[in-house]
Design a protein around this ligand. Structure first.
Ligand SMILES: NC(=O)c1ccc[n+]([C@@H]2O[C@H](COP(=O)([O-])OP(=O)(O)OC[C@H]3O[C@@H](n4cnc5c(N)ncnc54)[C@H](O)[C@@H]3O)[C@@H](O)[C@H]2O)c1
Length: 334
């Protein structure tokens, strides 16, 4: 595929990872149409991007007719729009509707309007807790939440389009991302931003369970670069590819690292009951992304945490302001 100046659509492009992907696509000279209903995304996430090369369309991906119009003339769709893991605990049907049903609708619209490639952003959550590590793309998929199950349905539809119609698709499975514009608020709140802002405010990070659960945290510029490469590498078509750092860290160790970084090592994390459906171990095998995409994560956890801290410190908001949007137990069983 000619990688010079394509027209690209990014669903969920006003969100955390999506906005970084849009930034990199525009810097690479592509024209980007962002499709986002702003349920969790923000136009401010795109504020530093040249609006000559980026157009924000505030639309819901479930609205197939409108979306088909927006896809006219688009070369590649990067599909990131979704509702999150904790949303799936209180609203499983809506979560499935957006993450699975709307993915199928989008595939149909993309194929019918002549979009040349469809890149589906799945999640490491499709694996469930690791049964063998590091986790290759062949690892069994046993999602533990409706979110993980709906993402797995979305990627299955994506692969089915490749198998049935020879429609060029790629499935990307990012592991946990963090970095500027990540979510600390409401049911979108993730562990790194939550720990970081609590530690900055001098209060205890809260660990759910024994803290031995592990994750493979990837800095958002690396995650976005991996996704971008998946869209522009011909050999990736028909493939499912992990994007991770290849480094496993426990949640207890993460809390320790963050408290040390802030200079608040005397604070002890608070331990609370486990979360429903919490995956206990995630650790990416990154060989396939290296072999096919030439992907190499550049920012390690220490450096990434420093950069994110710096971003919060320059955000104009105090840790106390940031904390107002944080909900400690940010899930509700329906
Ligand atoms: N953040 C992570 O650690 C992580 C890890 C693995 C996979 N992923 C995947 O990456 C993608 C992006 O995740 P993120 O963390 O940036 O989440 P995010 O919530 O910041 O971004 C999702 C975006 O989708 C938009 N959206 C939601 N429903 C929509 C709808 N019906 N129509 C249009 N737009 C809609 C939201 O407004 C938001 O801007 C998701 O597909 C997610 O499954 C994220």
């Amino acid at each position: 595929m000619n990688t010079k100046s394509c027209k690209v659509a990014v669903t969920g492009g006003a969100g955390f990872i999506g906005s970084e992907l849009v930034r990199q696509l525009c810097l690479d000279g592509h024209e980007v149409v962002v499709i986002d209903n702003l349920v969790n995304g923000k136009p401010e996430n795109l504020i530093d991007i040249d609006n000559g090369s980026c157009q924000l369309c505030i639309e819901d991906i479930r609205n197939s007719e409108l979306i088909a119009k927006l896809l006219k003339g688009v070369d590649i769709v990067f599909h990131l729009a979704c509702l999150g893991v904790r949303h799936s605990i209180h609203s499983p049907l809506e979560n499935h509707d957006v993450n699975a049903n709307a993915t199928l609708k989008l595939l149909i619209a993309a194929r019918q309007t002549g979009v040349r490639k469809f890149v589906y952003i799945s999640s490491s959550e499709v694996y469930g807790t690791a049964r063998a590590v590091p986790m290759t793309e062949e690892h069994p998929t046993f999602p533990m939440t409706v979110y993980g199950a709906a993402k797995l349905a979305g990627e299955s539809y994506t692969r089915a389009f490749y198998e049935t119609y020879s429609y060029p698709t790629v499935v990307v499975r990012p592991f946990n991302a963090y970095g500027p514009h990540c979510h600390h608020e409401g049911d979108s709140g993730e562990v790194i931003p939550k720990f970081l802002i609590r530690s900055m405010a001098g209060i205890q990070p809260v660990i759910f369970g024994d803290g031995n659960q592990t994750r493979d945290f990837t800095y958002v510029s690396d995650t976005a670069r991996g996704i971008l490469l998946a869209g522009f590498t011909d050999e990736a078509v028909g493939q499912t590819i992990n994007i991770g750092s290849g480094y496993e860290v426990s949640v207890s160790k993460l809390a320790e690292e963050i408290l040390f970084l802030i200079g608040n090592s005397e604070i002890e994390p608070l331990y609370d009951l486990p979360r429903p459906g919490d995956v206990l171990r995630l650790y990416a095998d990154t060989q396939k992304s290296r072999d096919i995409l030439g992907f190499e994560p550049k920012v390690d956890l220490k450096e990434g945490l420093k950069r994110l801290l710096n971003w919060y410190q320059n955000s104009g908001l105090s840790p106390e302001d940031l904390l107002k949007a944080e909900i400690v137990h940010n899930w509700k069983v329906s």
